[in-house]
Design a protein around this ligand. Sequence first.
Ligand code: G
Ligand code: MN
Length: 290
Amino acid sequence: MRRDGMHLHLQDILANRRLITLLQPVLDLAEGRMAGYEALSRGPSASPLHAPQAMSLAAQAHGLLAALDWARMRAAFATFGRLRLAGRLFVNLSPTSLSAPAFAPETILAAMADAGIGGRQLVLELAAPPDCADLGQAVSRLLAAGIEIATDDPGTGFSRHGPWSELKPAFVRIDRDCFAGLHRDPRKAGLVRSIGRLAEDAHACVIAEGVESQADLIALKDLGVRYAQGYLIGRPSPVPVRRLPGDVAACLRPGRAAPSWRWQPGSRAWSFMPQAHACPGDGASEADRA
Ligand code: G
Ligand code: MN
Protein backbone atom coordinates (compact mmCIF):
# COMPACT_ATOMS: atom_id res chain seq x y z
CA MET A 1 0.00 0.00 0.00
CA ARG A 2 1.37 3.48 -0.87
CA ARG A 3 2.15 6.06 1.80
CA ASP A 4 -1.01 8.13 1.19
CA GLY A 5 -3.13 5.01 1.04
CA MET A 6 -1.70 3.79 4.35
CA HIS A 7 -2.44 7.14 6.00
CA LEU A 8 -6.08 6.99 4.83
CA HIS A 9 -6.37 3.36 5.92
CA LEU A 10 -5.07 4.24 9.40
CA GLN A 11 -7.45 7.18 9.67
CA ASP A 12 -10.31 4.89 8.66
CA ILE A 13 -9.32 2.33 11.33
CA LEU A 14 -9.23 5.05 13.99
CA ALA A 15 -12.34 6.96 12.90
CA ASN A 16 -14.49 3.86 12.44
CA ARG A 17 -13.22 1.95 15.47
CA ARG A 18 -12.02 -1.01 13.41
CA LEU A 19 -9.51 -2.23 16.01
CA ILE A 20 -9.84 -5.76 17.36
CA THR A 21 -8.96 -6.47 21.01
CA LEU A 22 -7.80 -9.91 22.08
CA LEU A 23 -7.36 -10.64 25.77
CA GLN A 24 -4.89 -13.10 27.26
CA PRO A 25 -5.13 -14.23 30.90
CA VAL A 26 -2.39 -13.48 33.44
CA LEU A 27 -2.18 -16.22 36.07
CA ASP A 28 -1.30 -15.53 39.70
CA LEU A 29 0.92 -18.49 40.55
CA ALA A 30 0.67 -17.86 44.28
CA GLU A 31 -3.12 -17.57 44.42
CA GLY A 32 -3.87 -20.10 41.68
CA ARG A 33 -6.33 -17.84 39.87
CA MET A 34 -6.40 -15.37 37.01
CA ALA A 35 -5.00 -12.03 38.16
CA GLY A 36 -6.21 -10.20 35.08
CA TYR A 37 -5.85 -9.95 31.30
CA GLU A 38 -3.46 -8.34 28.84
CA ALA A 39 -5.13 -6.57 25.92
CA LEU A 40 -3.46 -7.36 22.59
CA SER A 41 -4.66 -5.14 19.80
CA ARG A 42 -4.95 -6.10 16.12
CA GLY A 43 -5.91 -4.20 12.98
CA PRO A 44 -8.76 -5.44 10.71
CA SER A 45 -8.17 -9.08 9.69
CA ALA A 46 -7.43 -8.66 5.96
CA SER A 47 -5.46 -5.44 6.45
CA PRO A 48 -1.67 -4.92 6.03
CA LEU A 49 -1.99 -3.33 9.48
CA HIS A 50 -3.36 -6.47 11.16
CA ALA A 51 -0.10 -7.07 13.11
CA PRO A 52 0.27 -4.71 16.09
CA GLN A 53 3.86 -3.83 15.22
CA ALA A 54 2.94 -2.89 11.63
CA MET A 55 0.18 -0.66 12.93
CA SER A 56 2.50 1.06 15.42
CA LEU A 57 5.17 1.69 12.78
CA ALA A 58 2.65 3.14 10.31
CA ALA A 59 1.10 5.32 13.01
CA GLN A 60 4.52 6.58 14.06
CA ALA A 61 5.39 7.46 10.44
CA HIS A 62 2.22 9.56 10.21
CA GLY A 63 2.40 11.20 13.64
CA LEU A 64 -0.59 9.18 14.86
CA LEU A 65 1.01 6.96 17.49
CA ALA A 66 -0.64 8.63 20.50
CA ALA A 67 -4.01 8.60 18.66
CA LEU A 68 -3.56 4.90 17.90
CA ASP A 69 -2.57 4.11 21.49
CA TRP A 70 -5.62 5.98 22.74
CA ALA A 71 -7.93 4.12 20.34
CA ARG A 72 -6.36 0.79 21.35
CA MET A 73 -6.86 1.60 25.01
CA ARG A 74 -10.51 2.60 24.47
CA ALA A 75 -11.12 -0.63 22.53
CA ALA A 76 -9.49 -2.63 25.34
CA PHE A 77 -11.67 -0.90 27.97
CA ALA A 78 -14.80 -1.61 25.92
CA THR A 79 -14.00 -5.32 25.50
CA PHE A 80 -12.87 -5.86 29.10
CA GLY A 81 -15.88 -3.98 30.44
CA ARG A 82 -18.38 -5.78 28.17
CA LEU A 83 -17.06 -9.19 29.29
CA ARG A 84 -17.20 -8.05 32.94
CA LEU A 85 -13.80 -9.57 33.61
CA ALA A 86 -12.30 -9.34 37.08
CA GLY A 87 -8.78 -8.34 38.08
CA ARG A 88 -6.34 -6.11 36.29
CA LEU A 89 -6.33 -5.00 32.70
CA PHE A 90 -2.84 -4.71 31.18
CA VAL A 91 -2.71 -2.33 28.21
CA ASN A 92 0.36 -1.88 25.99
CA LEU A 93 1.46 1.65 25.38
CA SER A 94 4.30 3.40 23.54
CA PRO A 95 6.41 5.29 26.09
CA THR A 96 6.00 8.55 24.18
CA SER A 97 2.23 8.32 24.65
CA LEU A 98 2.65 8.13 28.40
CA SER A 99 3.42 11.84 28.60
CA ALA A 100 1.02 12.91 25.80
CA PRO A 101 -1.70 15.30 27.09
CA ALA A 102 -4.46 12.90 25.98
CA PHE A 103 -3.21 10.41 28.55
CA ALA A 104 -3.93 12.58 31.58
CA PRO A 105 -4.99 10.28 34.44
CA GLU A 106 -8.42 11.92 34.83
CA THR A 107 -9.16 11.32 31.12
CA ILE A 108 -8.10 7.69 31.43
CA LEU A 109 -10.17 7.14 34.58
CA ALA A 110 -13.23 8.74 32.93
CA ALA A 111 -12.87 6.40 29.93
CA MET A 112 -12.57 3.43 32.30
CA ALA A 113 -15.67 4.49 34.20
CA ASP A 114 -17.55 4.83 30.87
CA ALA A 115 -16.71 1.19 30.16
CA GLY A 116 -17.75 0.08 33.66
CA ILE A 117 -14.21 -0.61 34.85
CA GLY A 118 -13.26 0.35 38.38
CA GLY A 119 -10.23 2.37 39.41
CA ARG A 120 -7.04 0.54 40.37
CA GLN A 121 -7.55 -2.10 37.70
CA LEU A 122 -5.36 -0.60 34.99
CA VAL A 123 -1.72 -1.41 34.33
CA LEU A 124 0.02 0.46 31.52
CA GLU A 125 2.59 -1.83 29.95
CA LEU A 126 5.42 0.05 28.23
CA ALA A 127 5.76 -1.56 24.82
CA ALA A 128 9.41 -0.52 24.38
CA PRO A 129 12.20 1.09 26.36
CA PRO A 130 11.54 4.84 26.46
CA ASP A 131 14.03 7.15 24.74
CA CYS A 132 12.89 10.13 26.72
CA ALA A 133 14.17 10.48 30.26
CA ASP A 134 11.53 12.95 31.49
CA LEU A 135 8.71 10.52 32.23
CA GLY A 136 8.93 11.07 35.98
CA GLN A 137 6.14 13.65 36.27
CA ALA A 138 3.74 11.78 33.99
CA VAL A 139 4.41 8.56 35.91
CA SER A 140 3.90 10.25 39.30
CA ARG A 141 0.49 11.56 38.21
CA LEU A 142 -0.57 8.14 36.95
CA LEU A 143 0.59 6.40 40.12
CA ALA A 144 -1.24 8.96 42.26
CA ALA A 145 -4.42 8.08 40.33
CA GLY A 146 -3.90 4.37 41.09
CA ILE A 147 -2.70 3.45 37.60
CA GLU A 148 0.25 1.04 37.64
CA ILE A 149 3.19 0.56 35.27
CA ALA A 150 4.73 -2.62 33.83
CA THR A 151 8.11 -2.64 32.09
CA ASP A 152 10.61 -5.04 30.57
CA ASP A 153 13.32 -6.61 32.67
CA PRO A 154 16.77 -4.98 32.95
CA GLY A 155 18.26 -7.43 30.42
CA THR A 156 16.29 -6.01 27.49
CA GLY A 157 17.75 -2.56 26.91
CA PHE A 158 16.82 -1.45 30.38
CA SER A 159 19.80 0.89 30.53
CA ARG A 160 17.76 2.99 28.07
CA HIS A 161 14.64 2.39 30.13
CA GLY A 162 15.38 5.16 32.53
CA PRO A 163 15.92 4.17 36.12
CA TRP A 164 13.29 2.03 37.80
CA SER A 165 13.21 4.74 40.43
CA GLU A 166 11.57 6.96 37.81
CA LEU A 167 9.13 4.46 36.28
CA LYS A 168 8.35 2.72 39.58
CA PRO A 169 6.99 -0.37 37.83
CA ALA A 170 4.67 -2.59 39.86
CA PHE A 171 5.27 -5.36 37.31
CA VAL A 172 8.40 -6.43 35.43
CA ARG A 173 7.95 -8.67 32.41
CA ILE A 174 10.35 -11.42 31.41
CA ASP A 175 10.21 -12.94 27.97
CA ARG A 176 10.18 -16.63 27.07
CA ASP A 177 13.76 -16.33 25.67
CA CYS A 178 14.82 -15.69 29.23
CA PHE A 179 13.14 -18.72 30.84
CA ALA A 180 12.21 -21.38 28.23
CA GLY A 181 13.91 -24.64 29.32
CA LEU A 182 14.61 -23.12 32.73
CA HIS A 183 14.35 -26.44 34.61
CA ARG A 184 17.41 -27.86 32.84
CA ASP A 185 19.50 -24.70 32.57
CA PRO A 186 21.05 -23.38 35.81
CA ARG A 187 22.20 -20.19 34.04
CA LYS A 188 18.63 -19.32 33.11
CA ALA A 189 17.55 -20.16 36.65
CA GLY A 190 20.25 -17.78 37.93
CA LEU A 191 19.07 -15.05 35.58
CA VAL A 192 15.43 -15.41 36.60
CA ARG A 193 16.45 -15.44 40.26
CA SER A 194 18.51 -12.24 39.78
CA ILE A 195 15.66 -10.47 38.01
CA GLY A 196 13.37 -11.60 40.84
CA ARG A 197 15.75 -10.09 43.37
CA LEU A 198 15.97 -6.77 41.47
CA ALA A 199 12.19 -6.67 41.16
CA GLU A 200 11.69 -7.47 44.82
CA ASP A 201 14.04 -4.67 45.86
CA ALA A 202 12.10 -2.28 43.59
CA HIS A 203 8.75 -3.45 45.07
CA ALA A 204 7.76 -5.00 41.75
CA CYS A 205 6.44 -8.43 40.79
CA VAL A 206 7.68 -10.51 37.88
CA ILE A 207 5.37 -11.60 35.04
CA ALA A 208 6.73 -14.39 32.84
CA GLU A 209 5.27 -13.92 29.35
CA GLY A 210 5.07 -16.73 26.79
CA VAL A 211 4.82 -19.80 29.05
CA GLU A 212 4.17 -22.82 26.84
CA SER A 213 5.14 -25.83 28.99
CA GLN A 214 4.21 -27.26 32.36
CA ALA A 215 7.92 -27.76 33.18
CA ASP A 216 8.60 -24.04 32.70
CA LEU A 217 5.54 -23.10 34.75
CA ILE A 218 6.61 -25.28 37.70
CA ALA A 219 10.22 -24.01 37.52
CA LEU A 220 9.03 -20.38 37.43
CA LYS A 221 6.81 -20.94 40.45
CA ASP A 222 9.71 -22.62 42.28
CA LEU A 223 11.87 -19.56 41.64
CA GLY A 224 9.25 -17.29 43.18
CA VAL A 225 7.92 -15.75 39.97
CA ARG A 226 4.48 -14.45 40.88
CA TYR A 227 2.64 -14.18 37.55
CA ALA A 228 2.64 -16.15 34.28
CA GLN A 229 1.06 -15.68 30.91
CA GLY A 230 1.21 -17.81 27.77
CA TYR A 231 -0.43 -20.34 25.48
CA LEU A 232 -0.31 -23.01 28.26
CA ILE A 233 -2.63 -20.87 30.39
CA GLY A 234 -4.75 -19.28 27.68
CA ARG A 235 -4.37 -17.95 24.15
CA PRO A 236 -5.16 -14.36 23.27
CA SER A 237 -8.85 -14.40 22.38
CA PRO A 238 -11.84 -12.04 22.01
CA VAL A 239 -13.40 -14.19 24.75
CA PRO A 240 -10.55 -15.35 27.00
CA VAL A 241 -10.68 -18.26 29.44
CA ARG A 242 -11.62 -17.39 33.01
CA ARG A 243 -10.88 -20.70 34.75
CA LEU A 244 -7.55 -22.45 35.02
CA PRO A 245 -7.08 -25.30 32.53
CA GLY A 246 -6.77 -28.67 34.35
CA ASP A 247 -3.11 -29.24 33.41
CA VAL A 248 -2.20 -25.80 34.75
CA ALA A 249 -4.12 -26.34 37.99
CA ALA A 250 -2.23 -29.65 38.41
CA CYS A 251 1.10 -27.75 38.27
CA LEU A 252 0.01 -25.48 41.10
CA ARG A 253 -1.41 -28.13 43.41
CA PRO A 254 0.30 -28.13 46.83
CA GLY A 255 3.04 -30.75 46.94
CA ARG A 256 3.28 -30.79 43.15
CA ALA A 257 6.11 -28.28 43.04
CA ALA A 258 9.24 -28.35 45.18
CA PRO A 259 9.62 -25.76 47.96
CA SER A 260 10.53 -22.42 46.44
CA TRP A 261 13.59 -20.28 46.67
CA ARG A 262 12.42 -16.87 47.79
CA TRP A 263 14.13 -13.64 48.61
CA GLN A 264 13.73 -12.70 52.26
CA PRO A 265 14.09 -8.94 52.62
CA GLY A 266 14.81 -9.25 56.36
CA SER A 267 17.75 -11.60 56.02
CA ARG A 268 18.87 -10.21 52.63
CA ALA A 269 19.23 -13.78 51.40
CA TRP A 270 17.53 -16.42 49.31
CA SER A 271 16.00 -19.16 51.34
CA PHE A 272 13.38 -21.85 51.09
CA MET A 273 9.95 -20.54 51.97
CA PRO A 274 6.58 -22.25 51.68
CA GLN A 275 4.60 -19.15 50.69
CA ALA A 276 4.88 -16.43 48.07
CA HIS A 277 5.52 -12.88 49.15
CA ALA A 278 2.80 -10.27 48.95
CA CYS A 279 2.79 -7.93 46.00
CA PRO A 280 1.96 -4.25 45.72
CA GLY A 281 -1.71 -3.65 45.11
CA ASP A 282 -2.78 -7.22 45.84
CA GLY A 283 -6.48 -7.79 45.79
CA ALA A 284 -7.79 -5.95 42.70
CA SER A 285 -10.95 -7.94 42.14
CA GLU A 286 -14.68 -7.76 41.60
CA ALA A 287 -14.74 -5.45 44.61
CA ASP A 288 -12.84 -2.82 42.58
CA ARG A 289 -15.49 -2.73 39.89
CA ALA A 290 -17.43 0.48 39.50
O1 G B 1 5.55 -8.45 24.25
P1 G B 1 4.06 -8.55 24.07
O2 G B 1 3.32 -8.67 25.36
O3 G B 1 3.46 -7.48 23.20
O4 G B 1 3.87 -9.94 23.27
C1 G B 1 2.62 -10.47 23.09
C2 G B 1 2.62 -11.38 21.86
O5 G B 1 3.08 -12.69 22.19
C3 G B 1 1.24 -11.52 21.30
O6 G B 1 1.24 -11.25 19.93
C4 G B 1 0.83 -12.94 21.60
O7 G B 1 0.03 -13.49 20.58
C5 G B 1 2.16 -13.67 21.73
N1 G B 1 2.10 -14.74 22.72
C6 G B 1 1.26 -14.83 23.78
N2 G B 1 1.49 -15.97 24.48
C7 G B 1 2.49 -16.61 23.85
C8 G B 1 3.17 -17.86 24.09
O8 G B 1 2.89 -18.60 25.02
N3 G B 1 4.17 -18.17 23.23
C9 G B 1 4.53 -17.39 22.18
N4 G B 1 5.52 -17.81 21.38
N5 G B 1 3.90 -16.21 21.91
C10 G B 1 2.90 -15.82 22.73
MN1 MN C 1 2.86 -7.98 27.22
